[in-house]
Design a protein around this ligand. Structure first.
Ligand code: 1YM
Length: 636
């Protein structure tokens, strides 16, 4: 009798060895790679079995340790892998689990198994690729231990002690003959364990690195589950509503839960899971979510009158701007598709997620109108920005027509063609343009005068740049093109100097130009090509002495110097200076002051522009009254 059993055991053993030999021959087929990714994958396979035990409701504590020799120990407090004889194989079930491929997952186990990975053979694959693996099963009475080397058992399952605990402990060391590196990355494992702790609310996971000099140990436990996950992802962002929106539903044994929160950023962040497996390629659950979200927000916005009859519907990308969402589903028979088998294919899941979000999110909005309003506002802003961007794109398509345009008639060009030497003054006002033209050094200074009536800033949308008689000459003069077609190598002048009066109209034109550069020629600012000219505010005369003051402080200094009998003239505009005065005070590189525009200045101008264009009258009036200053950085 014992002989027969022994014989069967041997036969099984042969079959097993062949099986695991296949894993060692082609490890990539089972774990993807033998690089760091594959290495870390081994840990996930073992932990997944413990997580499954938690999902089945038998385990709430898991610990993961990176040992000093780069081996890994995983312990759980579940039922323990069964140790009874396997009826067909004639060896303990635990040995089948670690030594047989296609052992078909769990025997008779039910529930939401991690069927996406290695279909229940994860433990055997890890064993095959380990220099050694030791499993201990605690059954509440005894400690049972078995050791394997490169997939082969080197001891039989033996009682090695007593215990009152229940659970499973697995220690394994990845095989240096297989892996390119054995160096586990604590942060990578930590991130994965944190994800699992979020997805399995209430579970305690401890992760420890014993290689580190200082003790490195993290305890992960989130009662809030995927709500906490969303808060975690948004932790460094400005949330638009403090409460995370959470909905869940169930149908025919499948479950879906969704947690979401908007932040003030623009990125959309959808993270989805099926049976705790990160579905990086998306799938039916994500599709269902997106469809429902767009519909619910549009319906609500219409119903509440935020969207008027003639307004277009908000698009998917509008309602997802600044959204962080976790979509987690549990299904009995998950079908994974796609390049990396991380795309969920189950069609019934789409319907489940869609109906759950449709019904419950709608109800949530009805009950939380303040949050609903925030969400709709965010989406409507995104929609407007998208429309503006679209118009901007359309306009760049007309660019080729532009490139061929001859230089504008209002440009008085310089003779030097080397941008390293040249500069262009963009001047507002007819008379100032005339003085600048006469006063300049025509060898390296070009003048572009912006004529015509002062732009009505409220009506001027930058996305209508092509119809803008102030901006068109600027584009053609600089030669770079705009937006996606912007090419700094085509810049015709090294310095682009905005010269405008120190009054409201001057502030308008500066704001317009800076905003335009910021939105459509950003590298121009980033590379430090844009400057603001600083004309003097006062002329101080005494006899034959003429001095200029650029601010009030200088004025009092000069008047103090010159003593009594000085004549002070306040310049209201550039046009009040004759060509030689303009050259001397504002254009001569030896004596002038120009301010280099920094990105912060352009950002501020862009904000001001938005205020000037916006519907709110009060901020606009405030701006015009205070005549905001943008420039801070003294260049020369
Ligand atoms: C540290 C790794 O593997 N825990 C673990 C594994 C199993 C069970 C419990 C378990 C499952 C079932 C019944 C069942 C596994 N059992 C099997 C198999 N921790 C770790 N904890 N009883 C115990 O699914 O029905 C495979 S894994 F196949 F033997 F049942």
């Amino acid at each position: 009798m014992s002989e027969i059993i022994q014989k069967n055991y041997d036969e099984n053993q042969i079959q097993v060895l062949e099986g695991l030999e296949a894993v060692r021959k082609r490890p990539g087929m089972y774990i993807g790679s033998t690089g760091p990714r594959g290495l870390h994958h081994l840990v996930y396979e073992i932990v997944d079995n413990a997580i499954d035990e938690a999902l089945a409701g038998h385990c709430d504590e898991i610990s993961v340790t990176i040992n000093g020799d780069n081996s890994i120990t995983v312990i759980d407090n579940g039922r323990g892998i069964p140790i009874g004889m396997h009826p067909k194989m004639g060896v303990p079930a635990v040995e089948v689990v670690f030594t047989m491929l296609h052992s078909g997952g769990k025997f008779g186990g039910e529930g939401y198994k991690v069927s996406g990975g290695l279909h229940g053979v994860g433990a055997a694959v890890v064993n095959a690729l380990s220099e050694y693996l030791e499993v201990e099963v605690y059954d509440g009475k005894n400690i049972h231990r078995q050791r394997y080397e490169r997939g082969k058992s080197v001891t039989s399952l033996t009682v090695v002690g007593e215990t009152s605990q229940k659970g499973t402990k697995v220690t394994f060391k990845p095989d240096y003959q297989i892996f390119e590196t054995l160096d586990f990355d604590y942060e990578i494992l930590l991130a994965r364990m944190r994800e699992q702790a979020f997805l399995n609310a209430g579970i305690h996971i401890t992760i420890e690195d014993k290689r580190a000099e200082a003790e490195t140990k993290t305890h992960l436990h989130y009662e809030g589950g995927i709500r906490s996950f969303v808060e975690y992802i948004n932790r460094n962002k400005e949330a638009l509503h403090s409460e995370v929106i959470y909905v869940s539903g169930e149908k025919d044994g499948a479950m879906a839960e969704i947690a979401m929160q908007y932040n003030d950023g623009y990125a959309e962040n959808i993270v989805s899971f099926c049976n705790n497996i990160h579905t990086t390629e998306g799938g039916t659950h994500e599709t269902g979510f997106k469809t429902a979200l767009t519909r619910v927000i549009n319906d609500y916005a219409r119903k509440m009158g935020f969207l008027k009859e003639n307004d277009k519907n908000l698009m998917g990308e509008d309602v997802r701007e600044g959204l962080t969402v976790i979509v987690s589903v549990k299904v009995l028979e998950a079908q994974f598709e796609g390049q990396t088998k991380t795309k969920l294919g189950n069609s019934e899941v789409r319907g489940l997620v869609e109906s759950t979000v449709s019904e419950k999110l709608h109800a949530f909005f009805e009950e939380n109108p303040t949050i609903a309003k925030i969400v709709v506002d965010k989406a409507m802003t995104a929609s407007r920005a998208r429309e503006a961007a679209k118009r901007a794109r359309e306009m760049t398509r007309r660019k080729s027509a532009l490139e061929n345009t001859t230089l504008p008639g209002k440009l008085a060009d310089c003779t030097d063609r080397n941008p390293e030497n040249t500069e262009i003054y963009i001047v507002e006002g007819d008379s100032a343009g005339g003085s600048a033209k006469q006063g300049r050094d025509r060898s390296f200074q070009a003048i572009l005068a912006l004529w015509g009536k002062m732009l009505n800033v409220e009506k001027a949308r930058l996305d209508k740049v092509y119809g803008n008689d102030k901006l068109m000459p600027v584009i053609t003069s600089l030669g770079t093109g705009i937006a996606e077609d912007f090419d700094i190598t085509k810049l015709r002048y090294g310095k682009v100097i905005i010269m405008a009066d120190a009054d409201v109209d001057g502030a308008h034109i500066r704001t317009l130009l800076l905003t335009f550069f910021f939105r459509f020629m950003r590298p121009l600012i980033e590379n430090g090509h844009v400057y603001i000219a600083q004309p003097p505010l006062y002329k101080v005369e005494k006899g034959k002495i003429e001095k200029y003051a650029y601010n009030d402080e200088q004025l009092s200094q000069i008047t103090a110097e010159l003593g009594s009998g000085v004549k002070i003239q306040r310049y209201k505009g550039l046009g009040e200076m004759n060509p030689s005065q303009l050259w001397e005070t504002t254009m001569n590189p030896e004596t002038r002051t120009i301010l280099k525009v920094k990105m912060e200045d352009a950002v501020a101008a862009d904000e001001i522009f938005t205020i000037l264009m916006g519907d709110k009258v009060e901020p606009r009036r405030e701006f015009i009254e205070s005549n905001a200053k943008y420039v801070s950085n003294l260049d020369i």
